[in-house]
Design a binder for this molecule. Sequence first.
Ligand code: PEP
Ligand code: MN
Length: 337
Amino acid sequence: MIVVMEPSATREQIQHVAERARAMGLAPHLIQGTERTVVACIGDERFKAPEQLAVAPAVEKVLPILVPYKIASRETRPDPTVVPLGRGSLGATAVGLIAGPCAVEDRAMLLETAEAIREAGAVALRGGAFKPRTAPYAFQGLGEEALEYLAEAREATGLAVVTEVMAPAQVPRVARFADVLQIGTRNMQNFMLLAAAGESGRPVLLKRGMSATLEEFLLAAEYVLASGNKQVVLCERGIRTFERATRATFPAAAVPALKTMTHLPVIADPSHATGRADLVEPVSRAAVAAGADGLLVEVHPDPERALVDGAQSITPEALGRLVASCRKIAEAVGRTL
Ligand code: PEP
Ligand code: MN
């Protein structure tokens, strides 16, 4: 990191900063300009506390050189990470489709939906067993019963199973049934959950916090990676803005921006980003055009009767049309779907 001293800094104050840097395990190099001195501190600052230098007398500012997420960064690993998923993967040339109902409502609807999304070309079935609902009185999911239906649907279709985990204590139970653990937007900074999911050894699908910056998003992913689990998929699901016409705002630029910052696969969730079934297909096209490695789409055989997120759920037929139109976009950007 670079420590910029105030123009009025005395020799003693500069020496003090150099000594403090040395005590922190960094190698200080003084660069004397005509106006001021800067102290370049060599060493991996990510494992230090730069604020300790920032509060030293006569320090104007401290400029980090390295991004604070290490394992997630492109610098650490220039090649893309590919996460295998059922009969496909995320992060390779093919755009992977993950689809399914917001919540598993019953056995028949899940099996019917699984069959339909497999036919549409999905590689994974996603359905909530434990739902993070804003209101405590809303349908909370079927819990363990839903996990059993998901496992049965995997047997029947060969699709991988993605489902959400909400608490560290649930991780072993959910990891027994699921191929991929989803961590939702409301839990993106639940650091104990991130670590527990990481330790499960299952790939983790991490959704962006609705008010999180991309740097915070990557630092959350870093918690999973730092636990020794290298299989993390990032999901842009829309952020909170002043706009009310859509449930969230889909920041298409986040997809290519993340890809410059990290080697991890980046997928998009047009369903939660828009909250509107009529916008799911066009926003999916935008995501694929922007370079998304996959799509996570909510599909319900009868959206009108969905217990959760019916307004943004599309029918299996609409999913077929979505795939056909996104396939053309994928080809235009050198991908397949
Ligand atoms: C979901 O995927 O159904 C969900 C609750 O998503 P999010 O965490 O993005 O709101
Ligand atoms: Mn949902």
